[in-house]
Write a protein that binds this ligand. Structure first.
Ligand code: SF4
Length: 194
């Protein structure tokens, strides 16, 4: 059996607060490291744990025991495609998890991902051409150029977290004029969850 270990920042159980799966419980595996340096990034993706795929799955099982229905597990970061591979997705599937990934789109995703959320960042060059949903932070600039680059059935526009109600209202105003977009809010934060 492979002894590959993955650098992990944290594993926690919470609500998926953003995007298509908003409101569903999920285990979040925050993988360390990122290939971008977004100036507004406030995510701590430093390494705190070094775990095998089996140990990650065991911790996910402990946090979210099987209950007979679909259990979501979200690989996030940082940028999870820097480390996620078929060994990890195969192991997590073996434990019955449905695997989502939240990626900036600059690298291919590994086989075995059930739901791809691409969140492309200004100034980056995504290689991903298809996703299940695309989630863009609305900064006031038109997000339409992403629609030329990526194919996806769901397009979500999310206000900048640190810009408060004004940015939320601007985001809503944009969607009212461009109804192919849908609002995504960080509802987990509003509900007091991580
Ligand atoms: S891609 Fe995401 S995690 Fe990476 S620096 Fe940008 S906001 Fe932070």
């Amino acid at each position: 059996m492979s002894a590959r270990k993955y650098n992990i920042s944290e594993i926690f159980f919470s609500l998926q607060g953003e995007g298509f799966h908003t409101g569903l419980p999920a285990v979040f595996v925050r993988m360390s490291g990122c290939d971008l340096h977004c100036p507004w990034c406030d995510t701590d993706f430093s390494t705190r744990l070094t775990l095998t795929a089996g140990a990650i799955a065991a911790e996910a099982d402990r946090l979210y025991p099987p209950y007979g229905g679909t259990r979501l597990l979200v690989l996030t970061g940082g940028e999870p495609t820097l480390q996620a591979d078929e060994e990890l997705t195969g192991t997590l599937h073996g434990h019955g998890f449905s695997i989502c990934i939240e990626t900036n789109g600059t690298r291919p995703v590994p086989h075995g991902i059930d739901w791809v959320t691409c969140s492309p960042k200004a100034g980056s060059a995504p290689v991903l051409t298809e996703a299940d949903e695309v989630k863009v932070v609305y900064t006031g600039d038109s997000p339409e150029h992403w629609r030329q680059k990526i194919k996806a059935p769901h397009w979500l526009l999310q206000p900048l977290d640190n810009n408060g109600l004004q940015n939320t209202q601007e985001t809503v105003a944009y969607i009212l004029k461009h109804p192919e977009w849908r609002l995504s809010l960080q509802t987990h934060k509003a509900a007091g969850f991580k």
